[in-house]
Design a protein around this ligand. Structure first.
Ligand code: SAH
Length: 223
């Protein structure tokens, strides 16, 4: 009897965690990066819960997008300086020889510099590669990508891995990226899970609206 009620309780707890994860996830995708920073500063436990849920989601995928970025960096000189926006558990930094600046809202690893990715403590034109791996969560995309443009040197690389279903109009998105000072170098749209986009910085971001720069929130279904 008590075994059965313990199992029931575990199942209820699991459901509750799932529901909280989905709620947090929705908040992150429907608010600005500043809202996300405020949310996790007020409730660091929420961040850890979010990460547990995130891990559970990506474990179902055939390949982790961050592994694609690792492979990409290993083909290029280890002397390139990297900035990982929304680094999570710092898998990227731990997997390559490059110097990697790791930014996230709460430190899952001692390597993390805690900050909002819309405002990172790096000098202008100081990095060779900027990475957003499943991290373009805030609604202020233009500001966030503008920050990546600021810290990248001219000709530097921007790598974006994002959930495929978030793209409403990939063409319009890529066009908007040109206004933000990024030329498309390659795009791998072959996975049904995530797209991998490589850009090169052509110059500073041009101000003004970039209407195509939109991504759908990535909402998870109850399972
Ligand atoms: N890049 C990692 C983690 C992806 S999860 C990987 O591929 O495994 C997305 C990460 O972005 C989370 O760790 C989340 O905390 C972080 N994030 C979301 N909004 C952020 C913000 N405004 N500033 C910094 N990090 C943010």
């Amino acid at each position: 009897r008590s075994g059965r009620s313990a199992a029931l309780r575990a199942r209820m707890e699991e459901r509750l965690l799932g529901a909280r994860f989905r709620y947090l996830n929705q908040q992150l995708y429907t608010g600005s990066s500043q809202d996300a920073a405020r949310l996790f500063r007020a409730d660091p436990a929420a961040f850890h819960l979010y990460h547990r849920g995130f891990e559970r989601q990506v474990r179902r995928w055939p390949e982790r997008p961050v592994q694609r970025i690792v492979r990409y960096l290993r083909r290029r000189p280890a002397s390139l300086v990297v900035a990982d926006f929304g680094c999570g558990d710092c898998t990227l930094a731990a997997s390559v020889k490059n110097q990697v600046h790791c930014f996230d809202l709460v430190p899952l690893s001692p390597r993390v510099t805690v900050c909002d990715m819309a405002k990172v403590p790096l000098a202008a034109e100081s990095v060779d590669v900027a990475v957003f791996c499943l991290a373009l969560m805030g609604t202020n995309l233009q500001e966030i990508l503008g920050e990546a443009n600021r810290v990248l040197r001219l000709g530097g690389t921007l790598m974006v891995a994002e959930v495929a279903s978030r793209f409403e109009d990939t063409c319009a998105f890529l066009k908007a990226m040109t206004q933000l000072g990024f030329r498309t170098v390659s795009k791998d749209l072959s996975s049904s899970y995530f797209y991998l986009l490589e850009f090169a910085k052509t110059g500073p971001a041009r101000p003004g609206p970039a209407p195509g720069l939109r991504l759908r929130p990535c909402l998870y279904k109850r399972r």
